[in-house]
Design a protein around this ligand. Structure first.
Ligand SMILES: C[S@@+](CC[C@H](N)C(=O)[O-])C[C@H]1O[C@@H](n2cnc3c(N)ncnc32)[C@H](O)[C@@H]1O
Length: 443
């Protein structure tokens, strides 16, 4: 008999609302509950809340559910201030008061570290600052809709590639609020609008800057529209072309010597396309805390890994005998060297190295340094921590923007004789799910 192919019947998702009690938040700031032995993730629900939820996706290991009704609200629940909050994917925690955001993030990190046996840690008060208009660098997405001949510009919607066309933002600096409301109209006047990529907003230094990525050269007509837009909104504007060259369209062009931020009585110059900490106020507090926790002194020889343009290395050089900064981006290394010169620091050097490569790590003289900083990207620094049995450093300051990487790397450091002397959160990204943690390891 001929066997006809039958596609598997889609598994029915039970849509009946059911009640759960939220226990904690996950790394995307979703409420986490347990129901019939399975973990349930609920966007928008908060710890200690009793809620009715409906399944969206019922997987083998976990369930994703949507919030149907709040039965018992958390005392920490607040009304989100931003009118775009319900749709915009930029923030995830505006419905929780800012102190409780810190508490929940700390519980989240403590929970992860507990999983690798690191309990009862010496938690220090979190570094906290301004919770609104703090984000000195942001990136908006664009999407050209051919049928309508319309360029959408804004943040991505939650769990979607679609764009929410915001005309204000609670976390971007005040200097950009007027720009946001006029930007879609201005960009839609461009002949080459369909060639535009992302748009970066940068207020790291004194001048607000916009940087527009394009895949094709813009006509003189388009360039003139952008120059006028920038002038009337008092921002400097650059095009980042297909070859990643910057074209300055500002009326009053900035000199590279004007692109800097002040830090510990130094001027840290930066490239517009390199990494810079996004929250200036918190960055200042973080660097100050790094100096304090490391108790940097003239006896110290410090290794700063993932050093960028010298954000930690340069202030530390003022305190220490010698600092070496290592960084993967050649542009950032060149900038860091210029920064040392411009700030008259002669006891700090910078080296370009890919720290993900074993051969690079073999070149480092681990016995030379008595203190170290690790400030990696989200992937963390596992390969480096694997070599920690050879380190001479008695203090290692780890700055983590990913709590899972911190958990994995902490376990590695501890297995090689280090312990966490102290640990604390830095409220670098209020209202979002991102967590920044500083941990001081000693041996
Ligand atoms: C979180 S940022 C920290 C930068 C700097 N410490 C600061 O505070 O501005 C991480 C840095 O690691 C660098 N990086 C990422 N992967 C790297 C790798 N495999 N090797 C060396 N550097 C890397 C990035 O270029 C970036 O500058």
């Amino acid at each position: 008999m001929v066997q006809l192919f039958k596609s598997a019947k889609p598994k029915k998702t039970n849509n009946k609302p059911y009640q759960v009690k939220i226990e904690s938040l996950d790394n995307q700031a979703r409420g986490v509950a347990r129901h019939k032995g399975k973990v349930v993730f609920v966007e928008g629900a908060l710890p200690n809340e009793t809620v009715l939820v409906q399944n969206i996706a019922d997987k083998k290991q976990f369930t994703e559910a949507k919030l149907h009704k709040i039965i018992q609200a958390s005392n920490d629940r607040v009304q989100a201030e931003c009118k775009w909050y319900a749709q915009c994917g930029g923030c995830q925690l505006q419905h929780l008061n800012t102190n409780a955001q810190i508490d929940e993030k700390q519980k989240f990190v403590a929970g992860l570290l507990g999983k690798v046996g690191l309990h009862a840690l010496n938690w220090q008060p979190a570094l906290q600052g301004q919770a609104t208009y703090y984000r000195n660098r942001s990136r908006l997405a664009t999407w050209y809709e051919g049928k309508q001949d319309y360029l959408h510009v804004g943040f991505r919607q939650r769990k979607s590639k679609k764009i929410v066309e915001i005309d204000s933002c609670l976390i971007m600096p005040q200097a950009f609020q007027g720009v946001l409301s006029e930007l879609p109209q201005a960009l839609n006047k461009l002949q080459g609008k369909k060639h535009l990529g992302h748009i970066e907003f940068n207020h790291v230094g004194e001048t607000p800057i916009m940087l527009i990525k394009t895949n094709e050269q813009l006509s003189i007509h388009d360039q003139q529209i952008l120059t006028n837009f920038a002038a009337s909104n008092k921002v400097n504007l650059y095009i980042l072309d297909a070859a990643d060259e910057l074209i300055d369209l500002s009326v009053h062009q900035l000199k590279s010597s004007e692109l800097y931020y002040p830090l510990e009585a130094l001027k840290i110059h930066y490239n517009l396309t390199d990494f810079v900490q996004v929250n200036h106020q918190m960055n200042q507090a973080m660097v100050q805390q790094a100096i304090d926790w490391l108790a940097a002194s003239k006896e110290d020889t410090i290794l700063d890994m993932f050093c960028g343009s010298g954000n930690f290395a340069l202030p530390l050089a003022k305190m220490a005998q010698y600092v070496l900064g290592i960084e993967g981006s050649d542009e950032a290394v060149q900038q860091a060297k210029r920064n040392a010169q411009l700030n008259n620091l002669t006891n700090v050097e910078f080296q370009q190295m890919d720290l993900a490569k074993t051969d690079s790590l073999q070149q480092i003289d681990w016995l030379k340094y008595n203190k170290m900083i690790l400030d990696p990207s989200r992937e963390g620094a596992f390969g480096i921590c694997q070599s920690s049995a050879n380190w001479h450093a008695s203090k290692v300051l780890y700055v983590a923007c990913d709590a899972n990487s911190l958990m994995r790397d902490s376990a590695e450091l501890v297995s090689h004789g280090y312990h966490i002397e102290k640990i604390g959160l830095i409220d670098m990204f209020p209202h979002t799910a991102h967590v920044e943690t500083m941990a001081l390891f000693s041996k």
